[in-house]
Design a protein around this ligand. Structure first.
Ligand code: SF4
Ligand code: SF4
Ligand code: SF4
Length: 271
């Protein structure tokens, strides 16, 4: 198999600056990159959009940002229906002639990555900037990745075996694996968007001071983890699924908490 194109987004380095979104607009609004795609409309389309989530409750919160574009999946209903092609290098491109007038295509993407362009009466989406990649002009990197100031968004042009190695070594994941579409976009630190945490603080009952260095253990749902509280007496168990957990710390009764989402349980006072 030839080299494949991939995008990787690291949520730990994304700060919602929207440079990627603006770069996509700059590259595609008013520019007719035929035969890849017609110009992107100025308004309405978000070929790369930032999904945002706030976990926890003040003052212990975490904000996560996930850049979502067409995931250039190996299995795409639009390709199966003959409205798009999947190139040998993994890039999925809409066949503009065949897709013209077919609004039902919008429902074929579980990621919501396809947009309708009224002017051309056809769907459009991220092309992975194939016109730049095919130009071979250095650096042939999609505009969104090229303009990311923190390198949260990176482009890879490598053999699938090499990518599989990076996925394993760096703990990359796909967004919504249950869709079973085998995306060519991977995410690092995806838990910042998809998982939950339990956080709180240990306080010394007698002095009312936060207790640094306390050993706090969390058990439940297959998790058994011990943390040492920080300078502010705080602990934070992350990457948790919804469920029931027990928090144990010397000098206080166990606290049992059932979470559907991230939770700040407040202070636990210890003797
Ligand atoms: S994200 Fe949607 S449109 Fe893009 S390849 Fe996957 S299923 Fe197809
Ligand atoms: S790869 Fe190109 S078309 Fe796709 S979101 Fe990025 S800038 Fe837009
Ligand atoms: S340019 Fe990079 S840091 Fe900024 S929002 Fe996009 S992915 Fe995040």
């Amino acid at each position: 198999m030839s080299k494949q194109k991939y995008l990787v987004h690291d949520l730990a380095f994304c700060f919602d600056c929207n440079n990627c979104f603006m770069a996509c607009k700059d590259e595609h609004v008013g520019n007719d990159w035929q035969p890849y795609t017609a110009p992107q409309p100025r308004h309405g389309h978000r070929w790369v959009r930032l999904l945002r989530t706030v976990r926890g409750q003040a003052p212990r919160i975490d904000v996560g940002y996930l850049a979502l574009m067409c995931q250039h999946c190996e299995k795409c209903a639009m390709v199966d229906a003959g409205f798009a092609t999947r190139r040998e290098d993994g890039i999925v491109l809409i066949d503009q002639a065949k897709a013209k007038g077919h609004r039902e295509i919008l429902d074929m993407c579980p990621y919501g990555g396809i947009y309708w362009n009224d002017e051309i009466d056809a769907p459009q989406k991220c092309t992975m900037c194939a016109h730049i990649i095919d130009s071979g002009v250095e650096p042939y990197i999609p505009r969104c990745a090229h303009s990311c100031p923190t390198e949260a968004l990176k482009f890879y042009d490598i053999e699938p075996e090499e990518m599989a190695k990076i996925v394993e070594e760096e703990g990359l994941e796909v967004f919504h694996p249950e869709y079973n579409t085998n995306p060519h976009v991977f995410y690092k630190n995806l838990y910042r968007y998809t998982k939950n945490f339990i956080t709180g603080a240990i306080v010394d009952k007698a002095s009312d001071d936060c207790k640094e260095g306390a050993q706090v253990t969390l058990t439940g749902e297959g998790v058994n983890e011990t943390q040492t509280t920080d300078y502010f007496g705080e602990f934070k168990f992350d990457k948790l699924d919804p469920g029931t957990y027990t928090i144990s710390v010397a000098g206080a009764d166990d606290v049992t908490v059932t979470i559907k989402e991230s939770q700040n349980i407040g202070e636990i006072f210890v003797d």
